[in-house]
Write a protein that binds this ligand. Sequence first.
Ligand code: B4P
Length: 193
Amino acid sequence: MTKQRLLFVGPPGAGKGTQAQQLALRHNLLHLSTGDLLRAEVSAATELGLEAAAVMARGELVSDALVLAIVRSRLEQQSASLSRGEPGPSGWLLDGFPRNLAQAEALEALLSDLDQPIDLVVLMELDDDLLMQRLLSRGRADDNAEVIRHRLEVYRQQTAPLIAYYRQRQLLQAVDAEGSIEAIAERIERLLA
Ligand code: B4P
């Protein structure tokens, strides 16, 4: 059976969101992007959004408690709906979460409660120069050279340790994230079989 509980990890701009969205559609997976969920809270000007906005604009990580609460409620909802026999995706794809070891450990505990182990962690790898180019041309509010440099630094310090964490658990597969969107999608598909 195809792997259906997936994490996408990689530096900002590697294309996690781009690939995750398409893959989730192709395989009918629940797509949870913590970046998108946070941006939705910011646009709706909720209390949570107001708290997250300034942190995101600086290129730093929003608090673990806040992000965890969002992911936990979505995964618990899906699990409850599945156990009631309701139609809907049975697998999921977490994009941009976890982003540090504390989040990874909290996720491990949550997934053990739900009895839903991770099948695969996809690491998208790309050079800093290309990351910078892609993000500058995307032009989101947090995509300016100074903030991008800071996000790359935060990635190296806080997120990159996840590579060893998941490699040790034999879950990690790296993908070259340079090339066309279609070529990268094919590389990822090969890992799912
Ligand atoms: P995210 O929303 O996760 O975004 P990202 O890492 O910047 O981008 P991604 O890798 O998804 O790239 P994309 O597909 O868009 O994070 C934003 C912020 O949210 C963080 O800085 C943080 O503050 C907060 N946050 C999120 N999750 C958190 C967590 N768990 N804990 C704490 N804080 C959290 O692609 C980038 C660009 O490249 C796009 O323009 C795309 O069109 C282009 N592109 C994609 N693939 C391409 C290809 N093959 N060739 C050319 N261009 C390509």
